[in-house]
Design a protein around this ligand. Structure first.
Ligand code: PMP
Length: 296
């Protein structure tokens, strides 16, 4: 996958510059120790022009992530949103995935809080997990204990755990992994949250041991409008393997249906599931197609 070409421009510390002319310091603390925070945001080509979906929520989470790991955040969110729109315009991107990254200066010590840089880049990216329902396995890896690293922060170093889980799943012939938390409850996918459907209701793990997904919050908002009950509670693997249907949700993957977990096939046809309704509704919402209350 080519993320940039000779014309691509990125944003770095207040300047727009050619991606191909940008360098990063090989002695950086972020590169050596994973001490960086980032976001994953999508922009959509809507009837009302290019819209960065939930831009403020994403930059607020970026700020919170930085604060949780003691990386200074001297920027104004309103400015970062403006720079993001400008970046899309310069690169002539309408449907895009946007990646802000805050990384730290050279420092081989383990003391945090060093001078941060902010970089924002964007590229065209299709559905991260594809359009087919996924074959998922329970990972042998667990999500990090929130007492070892703030799990609600989108910290680069946490994604070693994600890479291990996805790589293991692919090596075993599955599409994606599902990780448990330290108490053996269902947590999340390497880059998405999970909902399960049982008897017409949705269930999802509560906040605490997972990344507080912006798509997860959006799904819950949509459910309020659609009068679908959502229950946040700890869920076991047994709960999952007795469910009617399930789906992942995240900015990159949007709403992605799950066909099976290990050997267990979900009994409801995806097109008949609540997840499928939410998939369509979510798409209308991000594309600002119509008022989603009217569609259903
Ligand atoms: N969990 C993890 C571990 C993630 O990396 C992501 C993607 N940011 C999510 C959940 C979903 O979060 P969001 O809906 O905000 O993209």
């Amino acid at each position: 996958m080519q993320y940039f070409n000779s014309n691509t421009v990125l944003f770095l510390n207040g300047q727009f510059q050619k991606a191909s002319n940008t360098t990063a310091d090989i002695y950086g603390q972020s590169l050596h120790y994973g001490y960086a925070v980032f976001e994953g945001i999508r922009a959509y080509n809507t009837h009302n022009g290019t819209r960065v979906f939930k831009a403020r929520e994403h930059f607020e989470r970026l700020k919170r992530s930085a604060e949780l790991v003691h990386i200074p955040f001297p920027w104004k969110i309103t400015d970062l949103i403006k720079h993001t729109y400008k970046l899309l315009e310069i690169n002539n991107l309408k449907d895009a995935y946007i990646r802000p990254l805050i990384y730290c200066a050279p420092n081989m010590s383990l003391i945090g809080g060093t001078k941060p840089s902010i970089m924002i880049c964007a590229w065209e990216w299709g559905a991260y997990l594809g359009h087919e329902q996924l074959k998922v396995c329970i990972s042998t890896y667990e999500r990090p204990n929130p007492k070892s690293i703030p799990i609600e922060a989108k910290v680069s170093g946490n994604y070693v755990n994600s890479i291990l889980a996805t790589t293991e799943a692919r090596n075993k012939g599955f599409d994606e992994a599902l990780l448990l938390d330290m108490n053996q409850n269902i947590a999340e996918a390497p880059g998405a949250n999970i909902f399960i459907e049982k008897n017409g209701k949705l269930y999802t793990p509560p906040l605490g041991n997972i990344l507080p997904g912006i798509t997860r919050a959006t799904v819950m908002e949509l459910c309020r409008v659609l009068e679908i009950e959502v229950i946040e509670k700890h869920l076991s693997v047994t709960d999952l393997k007795h469910a009617d249907s399930a789906f992942f949700c995240g900015t990159a993957s949007e709403i992605a249906g799950i066909a099976s977990i290990d050997e267990y096939n979900f009994p409801i046809k995806w097109t008949d599931s609540i997840g499928s309704t939410l998939q369509r509704t979510y798409k209308c919402l991000v594309l600002e197609k119509q008022n989603y209350e009217v569609i259903i």
